[in-house]
Design a protein around this ligand. Structure first.
Ligand SMILES: Cc1cc2nc3c(=O)[nH]c(=O)nc-3n(C[C@H](O)[C@H](O)[C@H](O)COP(=O)(O)OP(=O)(O)OC[C@H]3O[C@@H](n4cnc5c(N)ncnc54)[C@H](O)[C@@H]3O)c2cc1C
Length: 449
């Protein structure tokens, strides 16, 4: 049964990788098919092939980030975002090498880069504009935090620069016209263009329109420990979404879904029969500090569910271990509530780290859940109160070794990790060194960019 689940996901994963490779390489295959223009040097052809692959990769980025659930399901959202990030850098390098290879044997003079010169053809102007947009995109994505660019502003720029980079590159291909001299080759590029415009339409118009038609209303806003707020929402005029515990959704509040002002949050409740959902949100910046302003009856839009961080993907696990830091507790509480709802009595261990007892969000619910589950809870406090006999400091390898003895490592133990980035990196590293199979360690990162 478990093998079936895993195999199914592996096959799905391989299928989408093959589709991706096919769509990336298709323009090059078509380029090399006869009839081909005669007398073109190898370096020129090679440079064009790199440009085509880079462009196809960039256009496909829109599919990767369009939140198609079937594409993300086998890998999980953060793996897809990680891939999106890495593949952008590779596409950038390929696209950068494309003109450089043409300059070395002086197939084109470097002066063609001067877009203001009257001698520069429009196709070159399109190419330079595309490359500039792409360079801006990469710099802002890699160094958003050091450059102190606020996330929402960054996201708007990211979308605009990505669209400009692909659109101008397409215009460049059309302007060169050499490799699309056959009607069916033109058809291929028309197909890519329609695909690209279709994805823009889907994400910017269709998706927001669907969200507008299926709003949620605020039922309750409740203060929690650790500077957090629990936001309970109920579907307004529809059945609500179905989610697996541990998954997350994108929330839009104070704005229309067309505004592209959404933020991701994990569900902190179990799936409910009335379709209501709860998110527990830590005050951090502009958006999260305003959650407390929401009033019962206010409209909120919920796009989800997303993510592969769920016990439901491992139905045959012998036991579950949850390791959380700070507000990373939210998906764990969703999973614990669900296990209690199902009267699941498998052994559970929760290791929950925080600054002090006051900062441990949802601790009251966790304490109550201990009565309904076969659950052991270990709190790890940086600043313990006087007389505290539990774990102190951070969730180090020593702490993990105390609570996860070697015999557990051989069992079908599925481990879920969520918390601040340094904590997650250190816990993942410790678990690997302790001999846990990395496929049994599942992580959710709250920091996408
Ligand atoms: C899968 C996932 C699940 C999450 N679950 C929870 C949760 O259950 N509870 C909780 O308190 N937080 C959760 N977060 C984090 C939460 O999304 C951010 O704290 C929130 O978006 C910050 O917005 P802000 O404007 O208040 O803060 P800002 O100060 O603007 O942002 C702080 C940081 O949050 C991230 N961020 C900001 N805006 C966005 C956005 N629109 N989309 C993506 N990331 C953004 C950026 O890394 C930014 O540097 C989750 C994040 C992810 C990716």
């Amino acid at each position: 049964m478990m093998i079936n689940h895993r195999l199914n996901r592996i096959f799905q994963g391989i299928f989408w990788v093959l589709v991706y490779l096919f769509l990336t390489l298709l323009p090059v295959l078509v380029m090399f098919l006869p009839p081909r223009p005669p007398g073109r040097e190898f370096i020129r052809e090679f440079s064009v092939a790199l440009g085509f692959v880079g462009l196809a990769m960039m256009a496909l980025q829109f599919a990767l980030t369009a939140r198609f659930k079937t594409i993300k399901a086998p890998y999980g959202a953060d793996v897809v975002y990680h891939f999106h990030r890495q593949i952008s850098i590779l596409a950038f390098v390929l696209i950068l090498v494309h003109p450089i290879l043409l300059f070395i044997p002086q197939i084109h003079p470097v002066s063609i880069l001067n877009i203001f010169s009257p001698d520069t053809p429009w196709r070159a102007r399109f190419a330079v504009t595309s490359l500039l947009a792409l360079s801006g995109l990469i710099v802002m994505a890699l160094w958003r935090k050091p450059l102190k660019i606020e996330y929402t502003r960054w996201r708007i720029w990211h979308g605009m620069l990505a669209t400009a980079a692909v659109a101008f590159a397409m215009l460049h291909v059309l302007g060169v016209n050499w490799y699309i001299n056959e009607p069916w080759k033109r058809l291929l590029w028309a197909g890519y263009s329609i695909f690209f415009v279709g994805l823009l339409f889907y994400t910017r118009v269709w998706k927001p329109w669907q969200l507008l038609r299926t709003p949620y209303r605020v039922r309750e806003v409740k203060a929690e420990r650790g500077g957090s707020w629990s936001l309970v929402l109920e579907p307004d005029g529809h059945a609500g979404l179905q989610f697996h515990p541990g998954q997350f959704a994108w929330i839009t509040a104070f704005n229309s879904p067309f505004k592209d002002a959404e933020h991701p949050f994990s569900f902190s409740s179990a799936p409910a029969s009335d379709g209501s959902v709860r998110f527990t949100i830590k005050e951090l910046g502009d958006f999260t500090q305003r959650i407390k302003e929401l009033k019962p009856g206010d409209k909120v839009y919920v796009d989800g569910p997303y993510g592969a961080f769920s016990i439901d993907r491992h139905p045959d696990a012998k036991e579950f271990v949850f390791i959380a830091g700070g507000v990373g507790i939210t998906p764990m509480v969703s999973m614990l509530h669900t296990l209690a709802q199902r009267n699941d009595q498998r052994p559970l261990l929760l290791i929950y780290g925080g600054r002090d007892l006051e900062s441990l969000t949802l601790i009251e619910e966790i304490e109550e859940l201990k009565n309904r589950l076969n659950l052991r809870v270990v709190y790890v406090l940086e600043k313990p109160p006087a007389g505290w006999e539990g774990e102190t400091g951070y969730i180090t390898r020593k702490v993990l070794e105390r609570w996860l003895p070697p015999e557990r490592r051989k069992d079908r133990t599925e481990i879920f990790v969520c918390g601040p980035l340094p904590m997650m990196n250190s816990v993942e590293d410790s678990l690997t060194k302790m001999g846990f199979f990395s496929g049994d360690v599942h992580s959710e990162r709250f920091d996408l960019v």
